[in-house]
Design a protein around this ligand. Sequence first.
Ligand code: ARG
Length: 206
Amino acid sequence: HCILNWAGDGYLSAAPAGNTRIVYGCLDVRDAACRIADAKRYVAHPCYTPAPANIDHDDIALIELRAPVEGMDGQFALVNGLNGSVPLEDGDPVTLSGFGTTSPSGAGGASPVLLEVSVPKRSKAFCMQQSPSAVSNGWIDFDHVICTGGEAGKDSCNGDSGGPALVLHEGTPWLVGVASIGSELPLSTGDCAASGRLGVYTEVRA
Ligand code: ARG
């Protein structure tokens, strides 16, 4: 939904030239170690259809870079379904990270520092229970999302979209999902990090 979006919904599409800077190689965007990559191509999932509420199935996109990333000696996360597969059961810990807001209302600026939190994977049944309109309208494909969290104070939030949900398996990080949306319930407690509010991540495996 960051790439292909609904005009006037509050998101600025990442795709037009000049709208996006891809920063990598640092944990603080103010750090001189940060490098910048140029995008060659943005590819939204062909089945993603932006809805006014930005709640939708297949909320995932690829960005092809103009040149390979440089100076990254560390280990990259493996991708679930692409580099093999990683087991993931309800209750297992999942690490969320991003530069999104830390305000539970969902308002406020991004964090200049990459933040992370470990939360449990939640069941499909609980996720559906917390997202009644998405269920009745068919907005989310609950067979292809990973729902996380639901503990007060521990969640992703606005600005974290597109960011990773990682599983650590035998010391290796695996990318299992990318941030899409939060659950609808509970009502009237802001967008994020309330008890029962789940993070909904698009599953990266088919
Ligand atoms: N849609 C949000 C974004 O664009 C992500 C919201 C995640 N919300 C949550 N409660 N985990 O950044």
